[in-house]
Design a protein around this ligand. Structure first.
Ligand code: DLL
Length: 433
C-alpha cells in the first residue's frame, strides 16, 4: 500500500533527476533570500550556478543548530513573515530553542508526507489513530495530526499526559493505532496493567508508530509484547520539517527516507567528510521543497548508516538504520564514549529488569563515575537480597564488556524512576565542566 505510488516507487535515475532540479531551485532561493546562506556560499566561492550535478552538493556549506541560534528567531527564514502561517520550536538541552516556520505550501507538503508515512508505517483510512505526541510547540502532535486527517483516518487528539484517561479512551473509542514516543508507550503498558486492562482482551489496538527519541530493537519487542501490537519506528526533526522525514515499512528493516523531499548524506562528525555508502556516521539533510526554512546540509547530530539495497516493499527510497543516539548525547566517561542506548540494549538483553533506567554521571575528585539505576519487578525486589546481588553483578559484568568501563548498578523498586509522557530523560549528568 502506497500513499503516493508515483514518487514512492520512482526509478532511482528519475528520482535523481528530480532531486537535482529541486536542489538547484533550493540553492537559488536560499542564496537570494537568506543572508546567512549567501554569505556562507560566498565565503566558499560558490554561486548557485555551480551546482550542476548532485555530487556538487558537497561543495555547499553545512548548516548547524548554532547557525539557527545565531539567527534566532527568524533570521534563516527565506520568505517574509506575511507568508509564514505556523511556527514551531524544538527545545534543546542548552541555550535558546530553535524556531522553525512553515508557509501554507509547507504545511501542505508536511501533511502529505505524514499521510505517506502513516500508510508506509501500516495505518489506513479505516484506523482510529490515538495521537499521544504532545500538541504545541513540539512538531510531533500537530505533525501527526494533520497527516492522519489527510489520510482520512479518525484521529483522536489526546496529546501526552493524563495516562489513565488515555487508556480509558483507547478502550472505549476503539483505538487501533497509537502514536507517541516509545517510552510513553511503555509507560502506558505499565498503567494498563495497574488498571487491570489486558490489551489482548480489552483493546482493539493493533499497531504503534513510535519515534522522536532513540529506542532499541529489544525495546520494540518489549512494547510489542506488552501492548500486543506491531510497532514501527518513525523519524524526523523540526529543522527539516518535523515527523515524516523517514519511517519503517512493514519489513521493519530500516526507515525509508522520503528522498523526493530530502537528500540524506552521512559524514564523519569529526572531519565533515562525506563517508562511503553504508558507513556509520552523522546524518545530514538537505531539504528540496521547503519554502519558509530551506535547509542546506543540516547536521542532525544523529548517528546512523544508509542502506542502499532495494526493499521488498517496492519503495525505491533509500533506508537509514534506526538512530542509535546523537553525537551530542554521547557521554564521555573516563575517556570512553558511552551512548545511553547501549545501556538499554544490555538491560533488555538480560531481561530480568524492567525497561526503566537512568544513567547518573558524576565526578568524585577528578574521577568520573557512572551509576545505572534500573527498576526490577515487585516480586524480584522483595525476593532474597542474594538474588538481587547476583543480578547486579550480572548487569555490571555485561555493562563492562559492552561499554568498556565499570559502572555502579543500583536496582531500585518499581516506579522509582520518573516516567515520561514525551521524550524520556535517560541521563543525569552532575559533572561540572
Ligand atoms: O522529535 C520530530 C518527531 C516527532 C519525530 C514525532 C518522530 C515522531 P525534534 O523535537 O526536533 O523533532 O527532535 C529531533 O529527535 O534529531 C533525533 O535526535 C530524535 N529523534 C526523532 N525521531 C527519532 C527516532 C521530533 N525515531 C530529534 N529515533 C532528532 C531516534 C529520534 N531518535
Amino acid at each position: 500500500m502506497y500513499w503516493n505510488e508515483k514518487y514512492e516507487t520512482m526509478p532511482r535515475e528519475e528520482l535523481k533527476k528530480l532531486q537535482l532540479e529541486r536542489l538547484k531551485q533550493t540553492v537559488e532561493r536560499t542564496y537570494h533570500n537568506v543572508e546567512h546562506y549567501r554569505k556562507a556560499m560566498q565565503e566558499r566561492g560558490i554561486e548557485p550556478s555551480d551546482i550542476k550535478t548532485l555530487d556538487d552538493l558537497k561543495k555547499l556549506p553545512f548548516t548547524t543548530k548554532q547557525d539557527l541560534r545565531d539567527n534566532y528567531p527568524y533570521g534563516m527564514f527565506a520568505v517574509p513573515m506575511s507568508e509564514i502561517v505556523r511556527i514551531h520550536s524544538s527545545s534543546g538541552t542548552t541555550g535558546k530553542p530553535t524556531v522553525v516556520g512553515y508557509t501554507r505550501n509547507d504545511l501542505n507538503t508536511w501533511a502529505e508526507l505524514m499521510a505517506r508515512a502513516l500508510v508506509c508505517g501500516g495505518a489506513g483510512r479505516e484506523d482510529v489513530i490515538q495521537n499521544s505526541y504532545g500538541y504545541g510547540l513540539f512538531t510531533g502532535g500537530l505533525g501527526v495530526h494533520y497527516g492522519a486527517e489527510r489520510l482520512g483516518a479518525s484521529v483522536i487528539p489526546t496529546s501526552g499526559g493524563n495516562t489513565k484517561r488515555q487508556i480509558m479512551i483507547m478502550k472505549d473509542y476503539g483505538t487501533t493505532v497509537l502514536t507517541c514516543t516509545p517510552s510513553y508507550a511503555l509507560y502506558m503498558a505499565e498503567v494498563m496493567q495497574e488498571m487491570g486492562i489486558d490489551p489482548k482482551k480489552d483493546l482493539k489496538l493493533k499497531h504503534g508508530i513510535f519515534g522522536a527519541e532513540p529506542w532499541s530493537e529489544n525495546m520494540r519487542r518489549e512494547i510489542e509484547t506488552k501492548l500486543n501490537i506491531s510497532a514501527v519506528d518513525i523519524y524526523g526533526l523540526s529543522e527539516i520539517i518535523g515527523p515524516g522525514v523517514a519511517i519503517e515499512c512493514k519489513e521493519k528493516r530500516g526507515l525509508h527516507i522520503f528522498e523526493d523531499h530530502f537528500i540524506p548524506e552521512i559524514i564523519d562528525p569529526e572531519t565533515g567528510e562525506t563517508l562511503p555508502m553504508g558507513e556509520e556516521g552523522e546524518l545530514v539533510f538537505t531539504s528540496l521543497t521547503k519554502e519558509a526554512l530551506p535547509m542546506i546540509r543540516y547536521r542532525t547530530r544523529d548517528i546512523t548508516r544508509l542502506i542502499e539495497e532495494p526493499c521488498s516493499c517496492g519503495r525505491t527510497h533509500i533506508r537509514m538504520e534506526r538512530v542509535n543516539g546523537r553525537s551530542d548525547d554521547m557521554l564521555i566517561i573516563r575517556g570512553v564514549n558511552v551512548f545511553p542506548s547501549q545501556v538499554e540494549s544490555v538491560l533488555l538483553e538480560i531481561g530480568e529488569t524492567e525497561p526503566h533506567y537512568q544513567l547518573i554521571v558524576d565526578r568524585v575528585g577528578t574521577l568520573d563515575t557512572l551509576e545505572i539505576q534500573v527498576e526490577v519487578s515487585d516480586a524480584l525486589f522483595s525476593d532474597e537480597v542474594r538474588r538481587l546481588e547476583q543480578l547486579e553483578d550480572k548487569i555490571k559484568k555485561e555493562i563492562e564488556t559492552t561499554l568498556g568501563i565499570s559502572a555502579k548498578i543500583t536496582l531500585v523498586e518499581p516506579k522509582t524512576i520518573q516516567r515520561s509522557e514525551g521524550k524520556a530523560k535517560r541521563v543525569i549528568d552532575r559533572r561540572k565542566f
